[in-house]
Design a protein. Structure first.
Length: 215
């Protein structure tokens, strides 16, 4: 392997980790945002970043399967899920912020989020001591995003906010799936994971008529 190809692989790998870190930062944004639309936009950005992560791994592993996964993530997590959540906002006629447990004390939420990230580091690093450094970093990022999504669900007091937290958890799980080499039936696994929040939101919309038709 030439030095140029090694440098190229390291650059793509570093970009994948950088994008994973951006997904984690967006999870913190979901934690402190009160209004629904910025949170939904954050989820859409996470979906786009996950698609880019999939493209990076496709370049590293030279597999067309990950190109298909990147397209699925861009359409599902980056487009369909945010559009469905925006329809939820429109039907309920929401104009103000989502009810959040620590709405007036965002520092409390951020401190709890940082504590969960540290917990993910302490929990995973000893277990993955035999794995490659890049793989360990990816798994820590994945677990951190999952735990932050769980915290978002715990902080919200209504179904819309909890659906946003669930979608954040799924994005964390997808980040870990993308980092796992040789996973069989990868597109099917990604489709099943994406179907969880999307089917939940769709089922809720099916049970709730538009605000103007409630009477």
């Amino acid at each position: 392997m030439s030095l140029e190809s090694i440098w190229s692989s390291l650059s793509v790998s570093g970009l994948a980790h950088l994008l994973g870190g951006a997904v984690l930062l967006l999870s913190f944004m979901l934690l402190v945002r009160r209004r629904p639309m910025p949170a939904i936009n954050g989820l859409a950005a996470q979906g786009g970043l996950l698609a880019l992560v999939a493209l990076c791994h496709a370049a590293l592993r030279d597999t067309s399967q990950l190109l298909l996964v990147a397209g699925l993530l861009a359409v599902g997590q980056g487009l369909l899920l945010p559009l469905t959540l925006r329809e939820w906002v429109r039907r309920l006629g929401l104009r103000q912020g989502i009810s959040v447990a620590a709405a007036h004390r965002p520092g409390v939420g951020l401190a709890a989020g940082v504590a969960l990230v540290l917990l993910a580091v302490l929990a995973l690093l000893p277990v993955t001591s035999g794995a490659a450094m890049g793989m360990r970093e990816d798994l820590v990022l994945s677990l951190s995003v999952i735990l932050l999504g769980l915290l978002v669900m715990a902080a919200r007091h209504n179904p819309l906010g909890q659906a946003i937290g669930l979608a954040g958890m799924v994005n964390g799980a997808l980040l870990g799936v993308l980092a796992t080499p040789g996973l069989p039936l990868l597109p099917a696994v990604v489709l099943v994971a994406m179907a969880v929040p999307l089917s939940t939101v769709t089922a809720f919309l099916a049970m709730r008529p538009p605000a103007g038709d409630a009477g």
